[in-house]
Ligand binder design. Structure first.
Ligand code: FAD
Length: 384
């Protein structure tokens, strides 16, 4: 296997940065085009959720590249789901009987930065920030790149391109222009909004070792702990209807809604109005496509191949597993890229579909069982 081969990644999010670490460890020349500025220098949000649940399927790939020692210093263990009933009762549902059966809350930005640093430290990875991929010409092996700072567009040659550019992937669109069985983005009709429970006198305001859930059927709150003793709270709610982002559009309606449905959370959310009206509303959708690769030229992994709704907290974990499987196929097939890509696709696609289905099923269960609180408590957001 020639270790001098060049591999191009589009997207330096969680999956792209970790993939760069794996490829660099194998000695490839890795170049990454990322449309956003460098989050280690510019104070930009890492996009989407502020923190994430990291579970076993995501931990193993981090262990494989020796990053777990550092990741361990930035996580808060969560030993179960803390269910908040309407009457304010809290009920812990442990993830397992043994102490090690936990999942971890981790900052998306910190994890992303760690993976970028680890990739660049290898010496054979270059990340081009503020460079967006617009299209891929598979006949001529050329990428169309736009410099987001100058507006300049130019062509750039590639040998192999890996689409790690998330749910609105340009690489996926390019593959499906030349070879498509199916390429669907299925909107859920629900969106999310992040709020904050700040630290009080330097301490957490709720049990930090739990993933807090307020299941209420068609809408719900969850909260994950942060290292600074705050919690990031996410409100999931329909886009339209009686209780929806469209309908709850004044401070009065917001406070009435929270006081009726999440009364025990209200005293913990001092900036609820500002958070609700200032923070962006994020859409939720499932991406399903076939194939995930094109010949020996391109592969999709992470959300680019299988964005899922976050009701199992497994999107990133599943994307990290893709990276590990991709690496295993390189180990097996060397520079036979046709097989590396087609086997990664064949082995991972059923897993991506399964996670997508489970996440939707969990959402439907919660939505449709609005009146049965006991049932709701059992089926509340899995995140495991
Ligand atoms: P992304 O994180 O989307 O990264 C893609 C990168 O590519 C970005 O940096 C983007 O700027 C860049 N990019 C995009 N287009 C281009 C282009 N054309 N050219 C160049 N660069 C480009 N998962 C979990 O495992 N646990 C959780 O608890 C969890 N919670 C979640 C909560 C919410 C509210 C949401 C929305 C998602 C959650 N997820 C969770 C899912 C998780 O966020 C994703 O699965 C994960 O971010 C996928 O990583 P990625 O690198 O594939 O894509």
């Amino acid at each position: 296997m020639s270790q001098q081969q060049k591999i191009t990644l589009i997207g330096a999010g969680l999956v792209g940065s970790l993939c760069a670490v794996f490829l660099a460890k194998r000695g490839y020349q890795v170049e990454v085009f990322e449309r956003r500025p460098d989050m280690r220098k510019d104070n930009i949000s890492a996009g989407r959720s502020i923190n994430l649940a990291l579970a076993n399927r995501g931990i193993y790939p981090l262990q494989q590249v020796g990053l777990m020692n550092q990741v361990n210093k930035m996580v808060t263990p969560m030993k179960g789901r803390m269910i908040h009933s309407l009457n304010g009762e809290q009920n812990l549902q442990p993830y397992g009987q043994r102490a090690e059966e936990v999942i971890y809350s981790v900052s998306r930005a910190d994890l992303n930065k760690l993976c970028m640093d680890a990739a660049e430290e290898k010496g054979n990875v270059t990340i081009h920030f503020n460079h967006r991929c617009l299209d891929v010409d598979f006949e001529k092996n050329l990428l169309l790149i736009k410099n987001e700072l100058t507006g300049e567009e130019y062509q750039h040659p590639f040998e192999r391109v890996i689409g790690t550019d998330g749910s609105a992937s340009a690489v996926r669109d390019a593959i499906h222009k030349v070879n498509s069985t199916s390429n669907r983005v299925e909107p859920l009709g629900h969106s999310y909004k992040e709020l904050c429970i700040p630290a009080l006198n330097g301490d957490f305001q709720m049990d930090p070792n739990a993933l807090h859930v307020w299941p209420r059927g068609g809408y719900m709150l969850i909260a994950l702990p942060n290292m600074d003793c705050s919690f990031t709270v996410t409100l999931f709610m329909p886009n339209e209807g009686d209780i929806s982002f469209k309908e709850i559009n004044t401070e009065e309606k917001l406070l009435k809604f929270f006081n009726s449905h999440f009364p025990d959370a209200v005293p913990l959310l001092p900036n609820i109005t500002q958070d609700y009206f200032d923070n962006p509303t994020g859409n939720l959708a499932t991406v399903r496509c076939t194939p995930w690769h094109y010949q020996d030229k391109a592969l999709l992994i992470g959300d680019a191949a299988h964005a899922v709704v976050p009701f199992h907290g497994q999107g990133m974990n599943c994307g990290f597993e893709d990276v590990s499987e991709f690496d295993a196929q390189i180990e097996k097939w060397g520079s036979d890229w046709q097989n590396v890509f087609s086997e990664t696709d064949r082995l991972r696609k059923p897993n991506g579909d399964a996670i997508a289905d489970m996440a939707i099923e969990n959402y439907i269960t919660m939505r449709d069982s609005v009146r049965d609180e006991k049932f709701l408590l059992r089926s509340a957001l899995a995140f495991e």
